[in-house]
Design a protein around this ligand. Structure first.
Ligand code: FEO
Length: 137
């Protein structure tokens, strides 16, 4: 399973869109048809964990700086995703590689597209509205 980035996934902030594109590229590598070894998938999980942490920190700083009212809920979603990534990393060590790759690909693709469309769109809309209100004050 792979997902192509399109404008329906744009939150309207270039730096955040660029992060999401990078995350989707890594996630799509799990869903590509090429067969991958356990070691290759472990490298991908580590890369995804690193970039996800970087991206989540960036978003959380933006939300905190702007006093976003659902910061804690959003941070919880981020924390659950990181936890799941770590669990998938452990599964890769112990479970069937192909089965784990398929489950990982499906989970990651669905989680990220849903999170962008609902949670990220919501905070960015709030920040844009707050900026407009400040500009008019
Ligand atoms: Fe773009 Fe809340 O992750």
């Amino acid at each position: 399973m792979t997902i192509q980035w399109d404008t329906s996934l744009s939150v309207g902030v270039d730096s955040i869109d660029d992060d999401h594109k990078k995350l989707l590229n890594i996630i799509n590598a799990f869903g590509s048809d090429d067969e991958k070894s356990r070691e290759e998938l472990t490298v991908l999980i580590d890369e995804l964990l690193d970039y996800t942490r970087y991206h989540f920190e960036r978003e959380e700083e933006m939300m905190a700086e702007n006093g976003y009212y659902q910061l804690e809920e959003h941070k919880q979603e981020h924390g659950q995703f990181i936890k799941k990534l770590m669990e998938l990393g452990i599964m890769l060590d112990t479970e069937d590689v192909e089965q784990t790759r398929k489950e990982t690909s499906q989970f990651l693709s669905m989680w990220l597209s849903r999170h962008i469309r609902w949670s990220d769109m919501n905070y960015v809309s709030c920040l844009i509205l707050a900026d407009k209100a400040k500009a008019q004050a």
